[in-house]
Design a protein around this ligand. Structure first.
Ligand SMILES: [Zn+2]
Length: 542
């Protein structure tokens, strides 16, 4: 039993915006004061401190095939980021793609307690789950890529949406996944022929379906199945000067559906002078503001070293050609593809500088903080360890201006950012880093401090420098256990993996056996991840 007493509580879901209050914890959950024997409870004096729910990251790449390949690809990235073993705490390596233990500890040290793995191809999802289990101090879940899946595209081509729905329901259960992920719908399949898609109505080679049909079908399935999280979309033309236009067309095409658009910064550019993109954040934010069922995360660029990794194979090839760096291409049979390219973002590079200000403009122009979330698409736009810097940029316009003045002049010319005076409040930061993502993920016990919530609690010392404040929480509790203190991880607890298993017509399995014989290197019977480990928790659909 634990009491965190007299802190200034920021719990936006319950309308608490810094009011002084007590939080009581029993058996890993927040409980009413009456349920606790005060004489026996451990008591933390939080007077003058800021108390928030544990952070919830809605989109990061922390485990699995692409992350492990990134680790192996960049030995130089680990240098200077070693973590020695100490006591029961395990050794590891940090850098832009930290090892599993280091990932758990580093998130704890920032006050985060839940992180969703943004992509996993079902064929290789066992590795994802093994690494999730090996990542301490975080509850988690995996988004399953389906936007270039042969079975889905064939069902759409055959005008059999219910067949696609049964397959998706089966696949989520078979892979122990949490949500439907779409990456460059149709484009990754076309990349297998050296091509891509550029418009929502371009054709996918061999299937005759379009990106528009793929996203509309999958968004409809997520709604039909009552999945806790809507379809999670990385759109088409990522990084291109046509991306803002197609992002807005995507939002319009999905009108009426719940939809989450990830790392939207990378998809909010228009054509600028010369070869430099221009930020179209204002137009994209207006489209988001106009449709209350749309949520987004930003994917804010951080200047410095990053490792890009995505299922968007054609994008990664283009990035490799542009930067001349190392490159891995991957192909996951009939399911997906992908690539990895290291990158360094520089304020002195006009394209990188434009990306940086595009992200901040999205944060500042999307009116409702409940629908825009803090991410760096870790490790694509920067490492999650830079979140405190992003928080300072949002809360402190003087600091933002100082950084803006260092950008390449071509990026600064005509930019909207210096005109945006908005500063986020602490309550709004609690929304974009906890309450909002938890709500959109459908995780009822996360992102708030009401009775019944998981006792994931972060206590900060308030500081004028918000980067310093958020970089070093005084106490971080995961399920009521103190896991970090004064910015250092002090304990190692197992996390839980959330998954869904929506019902489906078992007749689909007969078709799937035939499909597996024709298209897969593994047999149908060996494909499914076995359900029900000690670390898994099924979240209800409907
Ligand atoms: Zn991502």
């Amino acid at each position: 039993m634990l009491g965190i007493l007299g802190g200034r509580v920021y719990d936006p879901q319950h309308g608490k915006d810094g009011e002084v209050g007590d939080i009581w914890v029993k058996d890993g959950r927040v409980v009413a004061a009456a349920e606790v024997d005060r004489g026996r409870a451990e008591v933390v004096d939080a007077a003058g401190l800021v108390v928030m729910p544990g952070g919830v990251d809605i989109h990061a790449h922390i485990v699995g095939g692409e992350v492990n390949a990134g680790r192996k690809m960049r030995p130089e990235d680990h240098r200077g980021h070693e973590r020695a073993r100490s006591g029961t705490m395990r050794a590891g390596a940090g850098g832009t793609v930290p090892s599993t233990y280091a990932t758990g500890y580093l998130y704890s040290e920032l006050g985060y307690t839940t992180v969703m793995q943004a992509s996993a191809a079902p064929l290789v999802v066992r590795h994802t789950h093994e690494e999730l289990e090996d990542t301490p101090n975080l509850d988690n879940g995996a988004f399953i890529v389906m936007g270039n899946n042969h079975f889905v595209m064939k069902a759409i081509a055959d005008k059999q949406p219910e067949r696609a729905r049964d397959y998706v329901a089966w696949l989520l259960g078979a892979s122990q996944g949490y949500a439907i992920k779409v990456v460059n719908p149709g484009g990754v399949e076309n990349w297998k022929w050296g091509r891509n898609v550029a418009e929502l109505d371009d054709e996918v080679i061999g299937y005759g379906v379009t990106p528009r049909q793929i996203v509309q079908t999958l968004a409809g399935i997520a709604d039909d199945l009552g999945l806790p999280h809507p379809v999670h979309i990385h759109g088409i033309n990522l990084g291109r000067h046509t991306s803002a236009r197609t992002s807005i067309e995507m939002i319009e095409a999905l009108d009426g559906h719940r939809v989450h658009l990830c790392h939207l910064q990378f998809l909010s550019y228009g054509p600028g002078p010369g070869h430099v993109h221009r930020s179209e954040a204002a137009a994209v934010a207006a489209a988001v503001n106009a449709r209350p069922l749309v949520t987004v995360d930003v994917g804010q660029v951080i200047f410095g070293s990053a490792t890009t990794m995505t299922c968007d194979g054609p994008l990664q090839h283009r990035l490799h050609v542009t930067t001349g760096g190392r490159w891995i291409n991957d192909d996951v049979e009939s399911e997906s593809g992908g690539g990895i390219v290291p990158i360094t973002y520089k304020a002195s590079n006009p394209i990188n500088a434009t990306m940086w200000l595009t992200g901040l403009e999205l944060f500042l122009l999307i009116d409702d903080p409940w629908r825009v979330y803090l991410t760096t698409d870790h490790p694509n736009a920067g490492c999650f360890t830079s979140y405190p810097q992003v928080i300072r940029l949002l809360m402190d316009r003087g600091y933002r201006r100082e950084m803006f003045d260092k950008l390449h002049p071509r990026a600064r010319k005509g930019a909207l950012l210096p005109e945006l005076d908005r500063e986020y409040s602490l309550g709004e930061i609690a929304i974009i880093t906890r309450a909002g993502p938890a709500r959109t993920l459908g995780l009822a016990a996360k992102g708030h401090l009401g009775v019944g919530a998981d006792a994931d609690i972060t206590v900060y010392e308030e500081h004028d420098d918000k980067e310093a404040m958020f970089a070093r929480p005084r106490y971080v509790y995961k399920g009521g256990v103190l896991v970090a203190r004064d910015g250092a991880a002090v304990a190692d607890v197992a996390g839980r993996t959330f998954s869904v298993a929506p019902p489906y017509d078992p007749a689909i399995e007969t078709d799937l056996r035939t499909f597996f014989k024709e298209a897969y290197t593994v047999s149908f019977d060996n494909y499914s991840v076995l359900a029900g480990g000690a670390h898994t928790e099924q979240v209800a659909c409907g």
